[in-house]
Design a protein around this ligand. Structure first.
Ligand code: THU
Length: 140
């Protein structure tokens, strides 16, 4: 069991690094608030996204939205966990729209890791962020 520990830490460190690299690509000249998101799919693949703003402020895209789009484009539709990286020492919490977008491809107990460059600051589950969620199971 002990020998598993470094491997798990390395994996999480890599995921955090991936989210950090995604944040470095953010286009956020208006808010100056770069964000990176990394989703891990159930088969262990990872997809990243960053926020992309534009001069018409409400039309910008969040990092989570971009990562989910990349996942879906690759043919994956189940999120096992998601890492959200910002410069905020507390870890940024996803906006309402992104909570619903995550919910579409995740479960109520899917872990959501709010990260700063120093590492994971908060480990939540999706239902903490979106209790009593309306999800695809209501319709399908
Ligand atoms: N933003 C994200 O990309 N993800 C979050 O979880 C919180 C907010 C972006 C939207 C906007 O480009 C900037 O951060 C400031 O709101």
């Amino acid at each position: 069991m002990m020998s598993d520990q470094p491997k798990i830490q390395t994996t999480e460190a890599k995921l955090i690094e991936g989210a950090k690299q995604a944040m470095a690509k953010a286009y956020a000249p208006y808010s100056n608030y770069p964000v990176g998101a990394l989703v891990v799919t159930q088969d262990g693949q990872t997809f990243v996204g960053c926020n992309v703003e534009n001069a018409s402020y409400p039309e910008g895209h969040c990092a989570e939205t971009a990562a989910i789009a990349a996942m879906v484009m690759a043919g994956q539709q189940r999120i096992q966990s998601i890492y959200i990286m910002s410069q905020d020492e507390q870890g940024a919490t996803p906006c309402g729209g992104c909570r619903q977008r995550i919910r579409e491809f995740a479960d109520n107990d899917t872990p959501v890791f709010l990260c700063s460059p120093k590492g994971v600051q908060k480990r939540l589950q999706l239902s903490d962020l979106l209790p009593h969620a309306f999800g695809p199971e209501f319709l399908i």
